[in-house]
Write a protein that binds this ligand. Structure first.
Ligand code: ZN
Length: 208
């Protein structure tokens, strides 16, 4: 939703309701990432009209302070950056799950995927950034493909085939197939949908 039209948010919420599978909400704090996006009033407003689950991606320091409020605001999925939590990550995953919310862990492109391996038996999903967190409209980093394969292989090898990999950043109809082939199941698309001449068509093309 970072690339949605905030002056006419209702129109873009309806687009997602009709054509997509979930609402991906990027929460930026101006500290972990240099940008600031939006907060609770916007999330709550989207929740009131959303007919699809809310997937809240926290790009904030101290995610543990805010997960409960985002759960109350209507999040069905909450992910936070490993970089912000490190050895406290397992605790925060447990905190999110205790709220009845699906818990995900995220890493930026410069964090080795092996950092996540000790957490893969605890999470409900994994989010791999295919650009650096903080801004919409960036280009997909091709090395992400190998990183998706590595996490998929590790998940499969520990018997967690059901855990989906989500990919976020620079995804569109031109690279969706490659990302899915590598083992991703949830594709986050912002500008490739909202800036498209035919947003519904862009979503359909990715489904194809
Ligand atoms: Zn995101």
């Amino acid at each position: 939703m970072l690339s949605a039209d905030f002056l006419h948010l209702e129109k873009d919420v309806e687009l997602v309701n009709r054509h997509a599978d979930l609402f991906h909400l990027d929460i930026m704090d101006g500290t972990f990432v240099p940008n600031i996006s939006f907060g609770f009033p916007v999330v709550e407003a989207i929740a009131r009209q959303a007919e699809k689950p809310l997937d809240v991606h926290l790009m904030i320091v101290h995610p543990e302070k805010y997960v409960e409020r985002f759960a109350k605001a209507g999040a069905a999925y909450i992910s936070f950056h490993y970089e912000t939590a490190k050895e406290e990550s397992a605790e925060i995953i447990a905190q999110i799950r205790a709220l009845g919310v699906q818990a995900g862990i995220v890493i930026n492109p410069d964090c080795p995927v092996e950092a996540l391996f000790p957490l893969l038996d605890k999470v409900d999903f994994v989010l791999l950034m295919s650009v650096f967190a903080g801004f919409g409209g960036q280009k997909f980093i091709p090395e992400t493909i190998g990183r998706i394969k590595a996490v998929r292989a590790e998940l499969d090898s520990i018997g967690r085939k059901e855990v989906p990999i989500e990919v976020d950043g620079g995804i569109g109809p031109d690279n969706a197939a490659e990302v899915v082939k590598a083992g991703a199941e949830i594709l986050v698309a912002g500008s490739s949908v909202f800036k498209a001449e035919n947003p519904a068509g862009a979503i359909r093309a990715m489904r194809g």
